[in-house]
Design a protein around this ligand. Structure first.
Ligand SMILES: [Zn+2]
Length: 414
């Protein structure tokens, strides 16, 4: 609202420039800021950050942070700069996404009474790691921009957390990261975890050999594995609302909906509180599972349900065994939420049911059928119809009958 008022002042000034010339210095600054739209002004703030990062100019980067920001935010922004500088960045861009949502600042003006205007547009970071990423990794940010004395600066990245819109966090938000490189992997880690990162590099290469022998479609030649220093860091990075103590590792990629539907550069995250304590073969199997996800992301579209993703990964990583009975199964394929909530026992059952369903499909239709099913469902991107309908159609093509019949056959024939 105050932004509109400022623009009105400029319009008047444009009509009567002599009147503007007589105003005080502070007001001239306001007029200069208002000479461009707030979108353009904020784009300049983002450009200043990108430029400062390229040049290694910490002061210029931190100059984009508002004076009234909390010490915590200022310190975190400094760490982010140091962390980003420690990465082998091939490219780094910040883009305003007002095309998605124009402004999320409603109700925030009261939080920043000293500011002339508040603006909260979604911002997207797109970046590639040199020699690793062949597509962009994409992160979303919710920066609150304040107009003060004619300049826009960032005061917070957490104002929308309580409405479920946290800004992205990466390992480099906590400071400089080190890399452990092997033939196919880059393990990003806290400098304190070098020993463990070396051990993980060896395990990952062994997991890669397994992936190569099991996955009959293209696999990435370079994979990024992130080893967080603490469980809290992992929770923030994954923006997880579920209990991480039930898991050993995660594979993730964002979705780029700009044209059609594309997965962005994938990452594997290690929950090392659990993984480090596991038997070596289980660790290997875990990496094989996650690398299967990473390879499958390129084939997957919005309609691939978790039971297909997890079933394919678990069945392949588990050595492509024959179907077996799942204790306590209700004979119904699990919904997506059953993989993260409901407690350890029920989560494990969801995985086992999915694995068993894929083993059943492979036993009936051959070893390539599980991945063929994933690719068949994944091929459908913006097609109409519900996810269930798409799964049904794809099962018709790969299995020869729809979802209801497949589920019936599987639960009867496990
Ligand atoms: Zn999985």
């Amino acid at each position: 609202m105050s932004a509109l008022a400022v623009m009105a002042v400029l319009a008047a000034g444009a009509v009567a420039p002599s009147a503007v010339a007589q105003t005080a210095v502070a007001q001239t600054a306001v007029a200069q800021a208002a000479g461009v739209t707030r979108e353009e002004a904020v784009r300049q703030v983002l450009a200043q950050r990108v430029d400062a990062l390229e040049r290694g100019d910490r002061a210029a980067f931190l100059d984009t942070v508002d004076i009234a920001a909390t010490d915590d935010f200022k310190i975190r922004q400094g760490r982010l700069f140091d962390g980003l500088r420690s990465l082998p960045l091939e490219s780094y861009e910040l883009e305003l996404r007002t095309d998605e949502v124009p402004d999320l600042a409603a109700g925030l003006a009261a939080r920043y009474p000293g500011a002339e205007a508040v603006f909260l547009p979604p911002v997207e970071a797109g970046y590639r790691l040199t020699g690793i990423d062949t597509i962009d990794a994409v992160d979303g940010y919710y920066y609150t921009f304040l107009l003060r004395d004619g300049r826009w600066r960032i005061v917070s990245d957490r104002d929308l957390e309580d409405v479920g819109l946290p800004s992205a966090r990466n390992l480099w938000d906590y400071g400089p990261v080190h890399q452990q490189r092997t033939d196919h992997f880059t393990i990003l880690h806290d400098p304190a975890d070098r020993k463990r990162a070396e051990a993980l590099g060896t395990l990952c290469e062994q997991g890669y050999v397994r992936l190569k022998s099991a996955f009959d479609k293209a696999i990435p030649t370079q994979i990024v594995v992130v080893l967080p220093h603490t469980l809290d860091q992992l929770r923030e990075i994954l923006q997880a609302t579920f209990d991480l103590s039930n898991f050993v590792a995660f594979a993730s990629a964002a979705v780029d909906r700009d044209d059609d539907w594309k997965a962005t550069a994938p990452r594997v995250y290690v929950q090392d509180m659990n993984l480090a304590r596991s038997r070596r073969d289980f660790q290997l199997q875990t990496f094989h599972h996650e690398f299967t996800h990473v390879s499958a992301f390129a084939l997957a579209g919005p309609f691939v349900p978790s039971w297909v993703h997890e079933g394919v990964a678990d069945w392949m990583a588990g050595g492509e065994k024959s179907p077996s009975k799942v204790d306590g199964s209700d004979g119904v394929l699990p919904e997506d939420w059953e993989f993260t909530t409901g407690g350890a026992e029920s989560i494990i059952r969801a995985y086992d049911e999915s694995t068993s369903a894929m083993a059943f499909l492979a036993a009936r239709k051959g070893k390539t059928a599980p991945l063929d099913l994933l690719a068949e469902i994944g091929e459908l991107r913006v097609a109409p119809g519900t996810a269930e309908y798409r799964v049904d159609q794809s099962l018709q093509a790969v299995y020869g009958a729809g979802l209801a019949q497949f589920q019936k056959d599987w639960s009867g024939g496990r």
